[in-house]
Design a binder for this molecule. Structure first.
Ligand code: FES
Length: 229
């Protein structure tokens, strides 16, 4: 089986930036919308998860038996806690378009942002609520109800689908490209993020935030109508 370094096409001594850059390139190449496949995309994401952040671990020693009691625990081999009971109830998402904020002189940090948005008679595409079924990513949930929120890679390798979580929690797998400074500010990726809390308030379309723009990828042939604005 190819090593994660081979899958990403990086040297063994590649630093974090080189790994992240290679991941972004490989996601685009392997994405089904670019002639790849879900299997290929899955291999790329698994490789990145192995090498990125806390999940980074040395390659296994091929000469060592996995049953050797001296084998070290890694993120991949630590015992998992029992799975959560399967959720059946939908989550409720309240959203506002980032572009609307500047039109009204609002800030993401305004405590009454969603109150103001709810009273501003905005179009349904700019503000509203929808329900999202368990197991759907936030981007998929928005698309399920007919919205065309921005995206590019759909694989966690850019920031075109970024949202700012104002209230609630959106999960974020290891295989994402966001630096810690952004995740600390509540920025998440809607293509790989799943609602965790019953209710979620998000500002979507925050790819225009200056701190996010460096991470954008050019939209590919799979881009939707709103992904280039
Ligand atoms: Fe690229 Fe979500 S990270 S579309």
């Amino acid at each position: 089986m190819p090593s994660p370094y081979d899958v990403l096409g990086v040297d063994r001594d590649a630093d974090e930036d080189e790994i992240r850059s290679a991941y972004r390139d490989r996601v685009l190449e392997s994405h089904p919308d670019h002639g790849g496949s879900m299997e290929a995309l899955g291999r790329v994401r698994t490789a990145y998860e192995k090498l990125a952040g806390e999940g980074r671990s040395p390659e296994p020693d091929e000469t060592q038996s996995p049953w050797d009691p001296t084998v070290r625990w890694t993120a991949d081999t630590e015992p998992q806690s029992p799975p959560e009971p399967e959720r059946r109830d939908p989550h409720t998402v309240e959203y506002v378009d980032y572009e609307v904020l500047s039109d009204h002189g609002w800030e993401i940090t305004d405590e009454d942002l969603f109150q103001k948005a709810s009273e501003a008679n905005l179009d349904p595409g700019d503000y509203g609520r929808f329900q999202i079924d368990p197991g759907r990513s936030l981007l998929e949930g928005a698309e399920d109800v007919g919205f065309t929120w921005p995206f590019s890679c759909r694989g966690g390798a850019c920031a075109n689908c970024a949202v700012a979580v104002v209230q609630g929690s959106l999960s974020q797998p290891v295989s994402h490209i966001l630096p810690e400074e952004l995740t600390d500010e509540g920025i998440r990726l809607s293509c790989v993020g799943h609602p965790v809390t019953d209710d979620l308030q998000v500002v979507y379309n925050v790819k225009h935030l200056p701190s996010v723009e460096d991470l954008l990828l050019p939209p590919g042939p799979y881009k939707r109508v709103s992904s280039d604005d």
